[in-house]
Design a protein around this ligand. Structure first.
Ligand code: NAD
Length: 480
């Protein structure tokens, strides 16, 4: 089904149809209230912040409330997983697992509420106001940014939203969250959960709409002090421009082109399974998906064969299909984009070892695709495809592998498979990425900071770094 939406005049509300990408059928509708709705939501958030409704609670009370929210998320994981799996098309078990991961995220952050404090410094300043050496006590205060605007993509609606809401609430902010227009259905339940747990109304606000309407209005709003964005590198650059008006603090979690390096001495069954899962999970619609696999020549044929066999065995289907591994792409637009890369590869005489076609059924399903015989200067090796498409490339030695891995404008994650511990750690230092996996892929933990090098982003989420991203530091000097 072609997805068409009427464009409203400025100031007018418009409706956006929401689809099930596994059937192409409409499953809902939201209203894009544009700049006016954003302004109202920011107003509610600002008023709640100024009234101290949330930050006025004791830290341990906030910890208790956030822990309660984590429990409620777990209790409603089935419901939220079912909504996201239908709306994103991902396997139901995968969608529910992401909700449990989101609950862990809230629980981890909840613990920090009681551990936010500055530092004190004893000072002596020579030649002060009186010309004499003065004794001073300095200390720092950690203060929340007031209203944080959060803009998220469609590929993991609950988890990515919670990755912003949890640290922002821990820091004491009020939040306005704009979900992706393709996947807005679970976000209102998140607001409901936080309110039920005890977060005062007005602190968490959801606003729906397109990127160029509601998203742009939020990014440019003069009363939003911080913008936290997850999405494409292209839109990330627009966010920076929009944020310039009031010089908002900006955090960007952007695209990736994760290189995976497999050496002759790797534990091959694990490396093959890791590389295959690392790209095909969520049909390749993950910022950390390993779309470039570099393999040392001694094991190249085995790895190509292994990834191709795994690709062939994967079961594709929608939320209602039994025993599904992966689902469809999110939309007709994304399908066209991914098939465009595959067609270009065919025209460039790239070898399609496995897949390379759309499934003959309803829904935006693309067969997991394995390519060989690519050149490093091809578009598919440079740009994020965001689909189940992997290129496998041979290399001779470490130098060549590192050079190819680092030859990208993006630097979100990288993986190394080797039994040589010194090489593993040497490469961890040399690879230009915010996350490096050694003999693992897709590993994550709420305590580990996550962010992109190069054009994969600004700042970090997760860990205490993620909470500090929503805080400001004030220095106070006291003459003694
Ligand atoms: P997108 O950039 O098109 O949209 C993301 C969000 O930004 C949506 O809510 C959209 O409505 C909004 N938006 C679009 N234009 C806007 C504008 N002009 N002003 C303000 N907001 C605007 O990305 P997408 O297609 O939804 O998601 C896929 C992208 O997200 C991929 O590039 C992927 O790598 C990235 N991603 C990154 C991470 C990470 O943590 N680094 C995680 C998941 C996804």
């Amino acid at each position: 089904m072609e997805q068409v939406t009427k464009i409203a005049a400025p100031g007018e509300s418009q409706t956006i149809a929401v689809y099930d990408p596994s059937t192409e059928e409409q499953i809902g509708e939201i209203t894009d209230g544009g700049a006016r709705a954003v302004d109202e939501a920011v107003g509610r958030a600002r008023d709640a912040f100024k009234a101290g409704l949330w930050i006025g609670k004791t830290p341990s009370e906030r910890t208790r409330i956030l822990n309660r929210a984590a429990e409620l998320l777990e209790q409603r994981a089935g419901e939220l997983g079912a909504i996201d799996s239908r709306n994103v098309g991902m396997a139901r078990a995968h969608a529910s697992n992401l909700v449990f991961a989101a609950a862990e995220q809230v629980r981890y952050n909840a613990g920090w509420c009681t551990k936010i404090y500055g530092k004190s410094v004893d000072m002596k300043m020579a030649g002060g106001i009186t010309g004499e050496t003065a004794d001073l006590l300095g200390y720092t205060l950690k203060e929340p940014v007031s209203v944080a605007g959060c803009i998220v993509p469609w590929n993991g609606p609950v988890l990515v939203a919670i990755t912003k809401l949890a640290p922002a609430l821990t820091a004491g902010c009020s939040v306005v969250l704009k979900p992706a227009e393709e996947t807005p259905l679970s976000a209102p339940i998140l607001e409901e959960i936080f309110v039920e747990a005890g977060v005062p109304e007005g602190v968490v606000n959801i606003v729906n709409g397109y990127g160029h309407t509601a998203g742009a209005a939020l990014a440019g709003h003069p009363e939003v002090e911080k913008i936290a964005f997850t999405g494409s590198t292209e839109v990330g650059k627009l966010i920076v421009q929009a944020a310039a008006g009031n010089l908002k603090k900006v955090m960007l979690e952007l695209g990736g082109k994760t290189p995976v390096l497999i050496f002759n001495d790797a534990d091959l069954p694990k490396a093959i399974a890791g590389a295959a899962l690392g790209i095909f999970i969520n049909s390749g619609q993950g910022c950390i998906c390993g779309s470039r696999v570099y393999v040392q020549r001694g094991v190249y044929d085995q790895v190509v064969e292994g990834i191709a066999q795994t690709a062939k065995a994967l079961r594709l289907g929608g939320p209602d299909d039994e025993n599904v591994d992966i689902g469809p792409l999110i939309s007709a637009k994304q399908l066209k984009r991914v098939l465009g890369f595959i067609d270009e590869a065919k025209r460039d005489d790239v070898e399609i070892v496995q897949g390379g076609y759309r499934l003959d059924r309803s829904g935006y399903f693309v067969a997991p695709t394995v390519l060989t015989g690519v050149r490093e200067d091809m578009r598919l090796m440079k740009e994020e495809i965001f689909g189940p498409v992997v290129a496998v490339v041979p290399f001779d030695d470490e130098e060549e592998a590192v050079a190819m891995a680092n030859a990208s404008d993006l630097g979100l994650a990288a993986a190394v498979w080797t039994q040589d511990i010194t090489r593993a750690h040497r490469l961890a230092k040399r690879l230009e990425a915010g996350t490096v996996w050694i003999n693992s892929q897709l590993a994550w933990d709420p305590a580990m900071p996550f962010g992109g090098y190069k054009q994969s982003g600004w700042g970090q989420e997760y860990g205490i770094e993620g909470v500090e991203a929503y805080m400001k530091t004030k220095s106070v000097y006291t003459g003694l």
